[in-house]
Design a protein around this ligand. Structure first.
Ligand SMILES: CC(C)(COP(=O)(O)OP(=O)(O)OC[C@H]1O[C@@H](n2cnc3c(N)ncnc32)[C@H](O)[C@@H]1OP(=O)(O)O)[C@@H](O)C(=O)NCCC(=O)NCCS
Length: 177
């Protein structure tokens, strides 16, 4: 842990909200001309990191990306818009939500294509974890996401504990063989 013991002053969600727009090119697509899932995850990671950088003003690493549903395909030539905001900060970690829309440039139709939650951890140049500012939710939606973030963190911790137990059980079974 860093020498900075107290969390820096709290920041509003609006201070770090971020947005990115990309045009989908042939290099981003599969053989059907649809955006590759991995490429979409890359865009989500980048847009999420932008909000985490702006909130923490430190280096950040992605600790986790939650389950993603690819709701509908994104086509070659679509404009992809991603928006991110920090839902809640804990001690050294932040949950960031990213929502993604695709716009058909010919018809002007805009559709929601994916959403994801990511956890970023603040670190310094030497990789030591850093305290992050708390989040000040200001609107009903921000307050809902702030409260949801605590439940999701508890759920992630419970899942991690479950995975550790399963790994220990597998290890002890192979020791006994
Ligand atoms: C993320 C990382 C820094 C956490 O280090 P660690 O020693 O496990 O840290 P700790 O267990 O002390 O946890 C530190 C914080 O990260 C959170 N965290 C760690 N692993 C997590 C996970 N898998 N999911 C969600 N949060 C996680 C903890 O809840 C804690 O948050 P808090 O300080 O706000 O309470 C470390 O695992 C790492 O460097 N991973 C590789 C990151 C990376 O390379 N990402 C891809 C490229 S950016």
């Amino acid at each position: 842990m860093s020498s900075a013991e107290a969390n820096p002053a709290a920041r509003t969600v609006a201070e770090s909200q971020s947005e990115m727009t990309e045009i989908i090119l042939p290099n981003d697509t599969n053989t059907l001309g649809n955006l590759l899932g991995g490429r979409l995850m890359h865009f989500i990671d980048l847009t999420g990191a932008m909000a985490a950088y702006r909130h923490s003003r430190t280096h950040v690493v992605t600790a986790a990306m939650d389950h993603i549903d690819f709701i509908r395909p994104v086509h070659l030539g679509d404009l992809l818009t991603l928006k991110s905001s920090v839902n809640r900060a804990f001690s050294t970690s932040m949950e960031v939500g990213v929502k993604v829309w695709a716009e058909n440039t010919q018809t002007a139709t805009i559709a929601h294509v994916a959403s994801a939650y990511l956890v970023f951890v603040a670190i310094d140049q030497q990789g030591r974890r850093q305290k992050v500012p708390q989040v000040l939710p200001e609107t009903p939606d921000q307050l809902r996401r702030f409260e949801g973030a605590l439940r999701r963190r508890e759920h992630r911790e419970a899942e991690a504990a479950h995975r550790r137990e399963a790994q220990l059980a597998t290890a002890s079974q192979s020791d006994g063989q």
